[in-house]
Write a protein that binds this ligand. Structure first.
Ligand code: NCD
Length: 326
């Protein structure tokens, strides 16, 4: 079958969000990840694609998985990696994001991977530096590589090698309001043809998501039997301005994925969670570790997706445009 994006060429210097990417961009980055997946299973887990390049991990918010994953991804492409945390740096002395980034860039950097509590910070950075910028999570806005790795995991599990998700329905459950993971997933999933149902309490489920082509629901028990994937989000306690639900116990009763509730789901339903999991709140341990869980596959796939993101934005054939995602 001839593909519409056969002569496609990746045009983007930065990866700031999935909102501005086209379906062809998404398919290309996912296919690139597929091509790089095997590197991690070899005895020598390295390819020379980014030899001589320098990648900086610039993290202003806590991270375990994402930071380690970007570090390993860059190493597997043979790039040098510099780790930078706001804590213990001059940021603690009041240096601005722009100054910090420009000073780091002066050391000859090819890509900055940035996580920041402020939505839009990576976009601002992309306007003030020459190197590539990859968003590793900005406030409540986007987390593009998490969205990509979630989509990659769904497609691989369901044997959708062309990354066309037509006919698949994904439920994203929980604290939608504060979730950059939800936003990136919605943009990516919708563009690749999947249906999306967002489930959560009224206080954590902004009506605006309906404009992004999503169905909204407050009833997990009704939604569960008709979806192929259930992506459980962490309650972002650190971002809650006021009490969003009466109690944690009440939240779990309505929105927690328990063994009992799983009886209502399709037998093959894929259970996902971006981590870190609040075990017993959004997912019961027996479900998180159970046969339907793709949680560890998500982590493994994250490496391939981040290798693809670094390779496409920073490698020899990297995108040359600037501005927005370009
Ligand atoms: C997510 C994040 O930081 O946005 N985690 C992650 O990147 N693995 C989700 C979360 O913190 O709940």
């Amino acid at each position: 079958m001839s593909r519409p994006d056969d002569d496609y060429r990746w045009p983007h210097k930065h990866l700031l969000g999935l909102e501005d990417l086209t379906p062809a961009d998404l398919r290309h980055i996912l296919r690139t990840a597929r091509g790089l997946e095997d590197v991690s299973t070899r005895s020598v887990k390295k390819v020379p694609a980014l030899r001589g390049k320098v990648v900086v991990n610039l993290f202003f918010e806590d991270s375990t998985r994402t930071r380690a994953s970007f570090h390993l991804a860059a190493s597997r492409l043979s790039a040098d990696v510099l780790e930078f945390s706001a804590k213990g740096s001059s940021v603690a002395k009041g240096e601005t994001l722009r100054d910090t980034a420009r000073n780091i860039e002066a050391m000859g950097i090819d890509a900055i991977v940035v996580r920041h509590q402020q939505s839009g910070a990576p976009h601002q950075l992309a306007r003030s530096v020459q190197c590539s910028v990859i968003n590793a999570g900005d406030g409540q806005h986007e987390h593009p590589t998490q969205g990509l790795l979630d989509i990659y995991t769904v497609a691989r599990r369901l044997g959708r090698d062309d990354f066309d998700l037509t006919g698949i329905t994904v439920a994203i459950v929980g604290d939608i309001a504060h979730s950059r993971v939800a936003r990136s997933n919605v943009h990516g999933l919708r563009k690749l043809g999947a249906g999306v149902v967002l489930v959560g309490p009224t206080t954590l489920l902004p009506r605006g998501f309906a404009d992004m082509g999503c169905e909204l629901s407050h009833d997990l028990d009704e939604v569960l039997p008709r979806v192929d994937v259930v992506n459980m989000l962490r309650v972002q306690f650190e971002r809650l301005q006021s009490q969003a639900f009466p109690s944690v116990r009440e939240y779990s009763r309505f929105f927690g994925l328990t063994v009992k509730r799983m009886e209502k789901a399709k037998r093959e339903v894929i259970v996902m969670h971006p981590g870190p999991i609040n075990r017993g709140i959004e997912v019961e341990s027996a479900v998180a570790d159970g046969p339907n869980s793709a949680v560890l596959a998500q982590v493994a796939n994250g490496l391939a997706v981040r290798m693809a993101a670094l390779y496409l934005t920073t490698g020899v054939n990297a995108g040359v445009n600037t501005g927005g995602n370009a």
